[in-house]
Write a protein that binds this ligand. Structure first.
Ligand code: PLP
Length: 418
């Protein structure tokens, strides 16, 4: 499932000793396993081989260009949500025909660039957006393909911050309005509404909500056909859950077996947008122990990484396994692993059993490859950390640690303060 394993009490990424990387790169840093990334992509490809979907990696889960490149080299496309992500994909020469663009708030500049570069599909989330895309397409004298993001109104049992498929959320268009849009699509001279899109949430560990949503859409596609409305694409989104702690998520194969029968019947070209499933367990966050603090009531392991580097525990109350990079003794103590940021919410794990550690020891915060670095900030004037990729016994810095000068280079003192 992933390639972070102990060899003689030392944690390795593939065949590379993590402590060696820390020595050369400094801490904290994100570390990705090339092999795990590709293995996860391959799992999905194999499970769905029968219907040969276009797999568009959700760039927002991990936007490092080396990560995108690794996956694109193996045939993946990109699911993007902004002009910045589009520019990254284009810079890497990802074929525009493998790029799909979602977001409730697509900006004009991004829409124009997406039309100019000829992306496969805009996943449209509202009527006003459709109108703007139509106007820009007209200006560019191009006909663009659009999929309507449907809000299937299904509840996915996941964190309320990451459920997206109910009408309480801002995402997508309800079925009735989508039907109306399709009926009057001629009103949009430069748009071809050629697909339907769903994305019902993230970290979904059981297939039922997916199946319910897909069944709804399949029924809808049949209704449309009866009316003589044909489409070409069905983009089923991402959201596949992974193991952080003791979850028992559906495997790619279970998932495939459950939904392929429905998808096949539609005869539509299927698009998938996995993010977390590919990147989540392919990355870890490595941090160093600064202090062991015992206030008589509780023990705290204070580390050099903070919530600005990896916000998932603070934001979602998310669980991440925390492992010592070197297993020193088997005797364990119970500690809260916390960062240096001035917020009580700045923690990686609470009441964790870890071997007694000393200043300078390294910890690995596991399953940090998705929604990790991409959500990091400069809070507390902390420079963003480095990102490293391992392949076999080689490693490379794929994003340099931010320098103090870079942190302040856009700040200005106005004349009236001089
Ligand atoms: C975030 C997102 C994804 C990826 O979700 P994961 O849970 O990481 O698989 C896919 N599609 C859309 C439209 C998204 O917003």
């Amino acid at each position: 499932m992933h390639d972070f394993k102990y060899k003689k009490n030392e944690l390795f990424c593939e065949n590379t000793r993590i402590s060696t990387i820390a020595q050369q790169v400094g801490t904290p840093f994100y570390l990705y396993s090339y092999k795990t990334l590709i293995d996860h992509l391959t799992k999905i490809k194999k499970a769905f081989v029968e219907i040969d979907p276009l797999i568009c990696f959700a760039v927002k889960s991990n936007g490092n260009m080396a990560v995108i490149k690794a996956l694109a080299n193996k045939g993946a496309g990109c699911d993007i949500v902004s002009g910045g992500e589009l520019k990254k994909a284009l810079k890497l020469k990802v074929s525009p025909k493998k790029i799909v663009f979602a977001s409730v708030g697509k900006k004009e500049e991004a829409i124009a660039l997406a039309i100019k570069s000829g992306i496969l599909l805009f996943n449209v989330e509202s009527v006003p957006e459709l109108e703007v895309i139509n106007a820009f397409a007209k200006k560019a004298d191009k006909k663009v393909q659009v999929a309507i993001r449907i809000n299937p109104d299904v509840e996915a049992a996941t964190h309320h911050f990451i459920t997206t498929g109910t009408l309480k959320n801002k995402f997508g268009i309800d079925l009735q309005s989508t039907r109306d849009l399709l009926r009057r699509q001629k009103a949009y001279s430069h748009i071809e509404i050629n697909g339907l899109h769903i994305h019902i949430g993230s970290q979904i560990v059981n297939s039922t909500p997916f199946i319910n949503a897909i069944k709804k859409v399949v029924g809808f596609v049949n209704d449309l056909r009866q009316e003589g409305i044909e489409i070409k694409y069905f983009d089923i989104g991402g959201g596949l859950g992974i193991i952080y702690k003791d979850e028992k998520p559906q495997t790619a194969e279970d998932f495939a077996q459950n939904i392929i029968p429905y998808l096949k019947k539609t005869g539509l070209k299927i698009i998938m947008e996995p993010g977390r499933f590919i990147a989540g367990n392919a990355g870890i966050f490595v941090t160093k122990v600064l202090y062991l603090k015992d206030n008589g009531f509780k023990k705290f392991l204070i580390v050099d990484g903070g919530m600005n580097d990896l916000i998932r525990p603070s934001l979602y109350n998310a669980y991440h396994d925390i492992l010592p990079v070197k297993k020193t003794s088997s005797k364990k103590i119970t500690v809260d692993v916390v960062g240096p940021v001035c917020e009580s919410g700045d923690y990686f794990g609470k009441e964790r059993a870890l071997p007694k550690m000393v200043r300078g020891d390294l910890l690995a915060v596991m399953s940090a490859g998705a929604y990790g670095y991409v959500m990091s900030s400069n809070y507390n004037a902390r420079p963003r950390v480095a990102e490293v990729m391992v392949k076999g016994n080689k490693f490379a810095i794929i994003n340099e640690r931010e320098k103090f000068n870079e942190l302040i280079k856009r700040e200005r003192i106005p004349d009236f303060l001089k």
